[in-house]
Design a protein around this ligand. Structure first.
Ligand code: SRM
Ligand code: SF4
Length: 565
């Protein structure tokens, strides 16, 4: 009789795919060349992710017929791009995508609605613009985030350099990406290809995605604790002496599956700038060697650390590094979010923070952000930086260019002074419908209207200028980092959201589920009594998230008060 308890669990299908084709080419080049095929196979769907491409279908028309289309995600470490790269992106978005550019919550760009017939041209155009999508998705390290704002710290350029170095060091070495998308050649898997072993990732890459970020206290604009690996800049005597290392953050969960949960990273120790790459590789290898390859819902580094313990993780890291990490140094985060309008940089130049609602750069009626940014990029060539809150900064601008930029933006209906209400400026939402195959409810298309009602409610209760961090996602995967928000709406089904309350201003506390399912049209009725109480019972300048944590959430009956781990 077989002892089923002792039988090892089977590896996931993805593990078999990677092992059989470690250069990650699949049959992408063949399907690309075959115009009779309207889509890629299920296997290639998985390989395409490593190339930064998702095969999607238009959810608005799904009931009639499946219209396949592609989402392409660019990798931009620290969110930095030149005006020339931006103009290249604008061109390919206009010609071959849905005429919008979508800033992501990890400081990248996504392009939606690329057809199969345009995919090769699109990818060539993107690479010609000196950009890449390699490893923007897949079981590898994703876009490395870094604090982008040049007014808040003189260390931004230095940490951005470190972030770029980590991004480069963690790139997979497969040549398939270049061959397919840049050289346009057909790949026939050779024995040498089948034997390929990536020097860092090995033959089967990571069990799941991996995410790295750099933050500069006191600003936690990066949501550092939601990353698998984080570096918190430490400055002493006017010098960046190194970083506190964080590990084991991640937000993805599934409704009703208690074995999945959002988790904030632990602070592990301290490294010097010279040790950052080695530490990054060592943490990647721990994930590679210990992550669960039998269950993709349980495969993130956060579960390894949660289950084996922080002490075990530190010991494993020390062993791999060959030295003991010193203790972390003191740091404090006080704020998240972006600065809007004009601000002076440390070097005397200026930057302009522009709010981009849910990250979607588009032209709509009199508001022509896409055309305006293009005109500014062509004439003034500012460096551009994408922020983790889905906004854009135009940086390194001489004083003399400011009037010209103001004029162009005004001509395109883009405000600089009062760009939106305080609550809207502090909001983000994931794409969800009609592109995301995992969306359960609307998000990017629903959030603007929910905020309009919330703005009215805040006026009604006498708090028109109250900043409350609100985030919406179409499902519990957490792409707009909802579990760090003061108020979060997490899609449960069409028109229905779980309501989470109690994140804080510095993004250092995970919120708590308050209602399992609220209809979109009931959101304001649900929030009205809470905000009314907030006005009466808040202590001093207490934030709504802190008030919920202090007053509202402790009142929940125990079974409903499910704190995420
Ligand atoms: Fe995400 C999957 C969009 C940041 C957690 N995410 C997806 C996919 C690719 C859906 C899919 O697998 O088919 C979404 C594409 C939608 C579309 O149509 O565009 C998607 N995620 C996004 C973006 C575009 C949201 C945004 O509003 O900007 C962000 C792209 C970032 C980038 O440039 O790389 C994005 N995703 C995040 C974040 C936030 C972060 O990283 O700071 C998270 C939570 C943090 C984390 O990783 O734990 C996140 N996305 C997920 C998950 C859940 C992973 C998990 O561990 O359970 C999925 C589902 C999956 O991987 O199977 C997912
Ligand atoms: Fe899609 Fe869910 Fe991510 Fe939103 S949170 S983009 S619905 S996977």
């Amino acid at each position: 009789m077989i002892d089923s308890a002792a039988a090892p669990k089977p590896l996931t299908k993805n593990e078999g795919l990677k092992a059989a084709n470690p250069i990650l080419s699949g049959t992408i080049s063949q399907t690309l060349a075959d115009s009779s095929k309207e889509r890629f196979s299920e296997e290639d769907y998985e390989f395409l992710k490593f190339h930064g491409i998702y095969q999607q279908d238009d959810r608005d028309t799904r009931k009639v017929a499946k219209h396949y289309m592609y989402m392409v995600r660019g990798r931009l470490p620290g969110g930095i791009l030149s005006s020339d790269v931006y103009l290249g992106f604008d061109k390919i978005a206009t010609e071959w995508a849905n005429n919008t550019l979508r800033i992501t919550t990890r400081q990248g760009f996504q392009f939606h609605g690329v057809t199969k017939g345009s995919l090769a041209k699109f990818m060539k155009g993107l690479n010609d613009a000196m950009a890449t999508t390699l490893a923007a998705c897949g079981d590898v390290n994703r876009n490395v985030m870094a604090a982008p704002t040049p007014a808040t710290s003189p260390w931004v350029d230095e940490i951005q350099r470190h972030a770029k170095a980590v991004s480069d060091a963690l790139l997979p070495k497969t040549r398939a990406y270049h061959q397919i998308w840049v050289e346009g050649v057909e790949i026939k898997l050779t024995q040498e290809d089948a034997d390929f072993v990536d020097p860092l990732y090995g033959k089967t890459y990571l069990p799941r995605k991996f995410k790295v970020a750099f933050a500069i206290p006191p600003l936690n604009d990066i949501d550092i604790f939601t990353n698998d690996l984080g570096f918190i800049a430490i400055v002493e005597n006017g010098k960046l002496v190194g970083y506190n290392v964080t590990a084991g953050g991640g937000l993805g969960m599934s409704h009703g599956n208690a074995a999945t949960y959002p988790r904030m990273a632990d602070v592990i120790g301290f490294v010097t700038p010279e040790q950052v790459i080695d530490a990054s590789k060592a943490v990647v290898k721990i994930h590679r060697d210990f992550g669960d390859r039998t269950n993709r819902k349980h495969a993130r580094l956060k579960y390894v650390i949660q289950e084996k313990g922080v002490a075990w993780f530190k010991e494993e890291l020390n062993q791999r590094l060959g030295f003991t990490l010193p203790a972390a140094k003191p740091f404090t985060f006080t704020k998240q979010g972006d600065l809007y309008g004009w601000h002076k940089q440390f070097d005397g130049k200026y930057f302009l923070g522009l709010f981009v609602e849910n990250g979607r750069i588009k032209d709509a009626g009199n508001y022509r952000l896409k055309a305006g940014l293009k005109a500014v990029a062509e004439k003034f060539k500012p460096e551009m930086r994408l922020t983790p809150s889905q906004n854009i900064l135009l940086v390194n601008i001489p004083d003399g260019d400011r009037d010209g930029i103001n004029k162009i933006l005004a001509e395109h209906g883009v405000a600089i002074e009062k760009q939106a209400s305080v609550i809207r400026l502090a909001s983000i939402a994931c794409p969800s419908m009609p592109t995301c195959g995992l969306g359960l409810a609307e998000s990017e298309r629903a959030m603007p209207e929910v905020l309009t009602r919330l703005e009215k409610l805040l006026e009604e209760v006498g708090l028109p200028d109250e900043e409350i961090v609100t985030r919406m996602t179409g499902c519990p995967n957490g792409c707009a980092r909802p579990y760090m928000a003061e108020i979060a709406f997490v899609g449960r089904g069409p028109g229905k959201y779980a309501l989470f309350l109690g994140g804080n201003e510095s993004s250092t506390r995970i919120n708590t589920i308050y209602r399992e399912s609220v209809k979109n049209e009931e959101i304001i009725n649900e929030l009205r009594p809470l905000l009314t109480r907030f006005v009466k019972e808040r202590i001093g300048a207490e934030r709504f998230g802190d008030f919920c944590e202090r007053v509202i959430l402790p009142e929940l009956p125990p079974p409903a008060a499910k704190k995420a781990a």
